[in-house]
Write a protein that binds this ligand. Structure first.
Ligand SMILES: Cc1cc2nc3c(=O)[nH]c(=O)nc-3n(C[C@H](O)[C@H](O)[C@H](O)COP(=O)(O)OP(=O)(O)OC[C@H]3O[C@@H](n4cnc5c(N)ncnc54)[C@H](O)[C@@H]3O)c2cc1C
Length: 287
């Protein structure tokens, strides 16, 4: 195997110029926990590696009127220990708690998690329920796209070869009901077999004003389950509603993926995850 040529630009302008010239032959390198594994296995053949880990535009976590901003180069460990994220996006914190090992979390970035476009990217369901948008920079200027649209297919990203993700903007969710759950072979170092995130707001009378629900690993790309969101909106979380919701959840998953040998397991698992997240609301019978 020929070693790729390594470049480490000092500024974002240099990085974008490099991508303008060599984009189709270049792989941006953040923490490298996907890229290096794929290079070693021969799955990835990239003549150029562009190390973007030092670019200041990809760093930092802040809150402003536009929402909660998290740099694409921020590591999973930094997110996990951020008081701002804990306050405004607790399901994202939870998704980072069960992510790989400590060594992986210390170098893996959220930009890399989205850029790799794996169906089982752990941060994706939480990003989706927060209506997250990615701020991209490229030769043709900047654009903002919903994170959901960056997952075009399994390991197929919607990023153009001349583009970099700079940061993500999440709709904050202080004081709302939220959770993330994941099923893996083991808790640590497990690539999720199924994951789910929820964000729900109370209408003040015990019913849901809105619900956002996203699935990971169970479908070819992480996705919002909008049929279930509409079903739950305006309802009170009583046992019948939640049990009916669990059945609808499984039906939606099968509608998207079709029936496969693993469906028997996944139908039960997806219902179990859904009820595990929502049954705590039964204690009050209200959200
Ligand atoms: C042992 C092990 C355990 C793991 N456990 C988990 C787990 O529990 N959950 C999970 O979700 N993943 C897991 N992973 C996968 C991996 O760690 C994550 O996907 C991680 O978030 C990738 O981030 P990175 O910074 O290392 O990305 P990199 O490997 O540097 O990049 C990944 C992809 O994203 C692109 N990219 C990165 N940043 C940008 C940017 N700013 N702009 C444009 N493109 C960009 C790269 O070009 C590349 O295509 C694991 C991996 C290993 C090796």
């Amino acid at each position: 195997m020929t070693e790729p040529t390594y470049a480490r630009p000092e500024t974002l302008e240099e990085a974008l110029l490099f991508l303008k010239r060599h984009g189709p032959h270049t792989r941006p390198l953040a923490g490298g926990t996907d890229v290096m594994v794929d290079l070693r296995s021969g799955k990835l053949k990239a003549p150029y590696l562009l190390d973007i880990s030092r670019l200041p535009e990809l760093q930092g976590i802040s809150m402003s009127e536009e929402g909660l901003s998290i740099g694409a180069g921020v590591t999973i460990s930094e997110i996990h220990s951020s008081p701002l994220v804990a306050e405004h996006a607790p399901s994202l914190i939870k998704s980072c708690a069960f992510f790989g090992s400590l060594q992986i979390r210390n170098v893996a970035t959220m930009g890399g998690n989205v850029g790799n476009a794996s169906p089982s990217a752990d941060t994706a369901p939480a990003l989706l329920v927060h209506g997250a948008e990615a701020v991209l920079a490229g030769a043709a200027g900047a654009r903002r796209v919903p994170v959901e649209n960056l997952f075009e297919g399994p390991y197929r990203s919607g990023l153009k070869s001349h583009e970099l993700m700079l940061r993500f903007i999440l709709k904050p969710a202080r004081g709302m009901f939220s959770d993330f759950q994941k099923i893996g072979r083991r808790k640590a170092l497990a690539i999720a077999r199924m994951s789910m995130a929820i964000l729900a707001e109370s209408a003040g009378d015990g019913t849901f004003r809105f619900v956002r629900l996203a699935l990971g690993s169970a479908t070819p790309t992480p996705m919002r389950v909008r049929a279930l969101e509409s079903f739950l909106a305006g309802k009170r979380p009583d046992r019948k509603t939640l049990d009916d919701g669990a059945v609808l959840m499984a039906e939606e998953m099968v509608r998207i993926t079709g029936r496969r040998p693993s469906t028997i397991y996944k139908e039960k698992a997806v219902q179990g995850l859904f009820l595990r997240m929502l049954y705590p609301l039964l204690e009050n019978g209200a959200v």
